[in-house]
Design a protein around this ligand. Sequence first.
Ligand code: ZN
Length: 126
Amino acid sequence: MPEHSKIKTTSDWKKFPAWIAGVGTEFNWQVIRANTEDEVREIWMAEHGNDGQSPDSVEVTRKEKWDGKEVTSRMWFNDGLGKFCHDCGYETWKNNGGIVDRNGFVVCEDCQEDRKIEKAKERRTA
Ligand SMILES: [Zn+2]
């Protein structure tokens, strides 16, 4: 959970509007709770500013539906946002075949195939 300077207790973040912030196709997007877009940019820059990004390059989007909610991998991924595959660590998206498995892990298309093969092998050797 990204920290806001005004967030003092663990349940405080629920009072702040939810946003996502990041740069283009970089894997530096995150949920940030803050009152204004400027605050979001400030918080994001505090964490990523030394990656060579400028505040102007940070894209900020308001996420009303995530207000007061803990954002799970499933929510993030089903919203079309990218995640690292649990099995191989590569980047994957819902629109390139990625899924969230029943344990809540994001799995890319290739690894789903590998899991099927593994399962078939297990069945054969059992
Ligand atoms: Zn994978």
